[in-house]
Design a protein around this ligand. Structure first.
Ligand SMILES: [Zn+2]
Length: 164
């Protein structure tokens, strides 16, 4: 069994993480590098920088996948549905006014929130030393090969890696 001790000798699964979780999430939500809080996390709207332009921290290891849209839907849904119900109960506007208000608001809120949610999730993975964010992880731990996964008798294959 591989050693699961983190960079400061703290067990990754039983001890306290060596990187601050809450502060990292806040830095990621502000679209900043979780390591230095200065460099920009994204080089385009939702495309993270491979490395931080300020401190050089590698940011390409994340596996945010579908989580940012999922959490964005949950957040925007709670905001918009709450507003729809409050306005309907208070003013009972016609349906065309509901559509004219809430559809654009939903689109705008989604586009505004999505990068921050993705940044926060990448920063959380960084803080928890997940995937390749652990400086002590071997290449096999970061991206286990399909053949190695099958050779170990895993019932399901690992996901494919599309990293450039
Ligand atoms: Zn940085």
């Amino acid at each position: 069994m591989p050693d699961k001790t983190g960079p400061l000798g703290v067990n990754r699964y039983e001890g306290t993480p060596t990187r601050p979780i809450f502060g990292s999430i806040l830095r990621g939500a502000a679209l900043k590098c979780p390591a230095c809080s200065t460099g920009a996390m994204f080089r385009r709207y939702l495309k993270e920088a491979d490395t931080c332009p300020h401190c050089g921290e590698e940011l390409h290891h994340h596996r945010a996948d579908d989580a940012p849209p999922y959490f964005t839907i949950v957040i925007v849904g709670h905001i918009v549905v709450g507003l729809v119900l409050a306005v309907e109960m208070a003013y009972r506007p016609p349906l065309w006014l509901h559509a004219a208000l809430w559809l654009p608001l939903t689109v705008v809120l989604t586009l505004l929130i999505l990068p921050s949610v993705k940044g926060a999730l990448i920063a959380l993975q960084w803080a928890l030393l997940m995937h390749g964010f652990d400086p002590d992880a071997t290449e096999e731990e970061i991206v286990p090969s399909f053949d190695a996964n099958l050779a170990q008798g895993s019932p399901r294959p690992c996901r494919l890696d599309f990293r450039p």
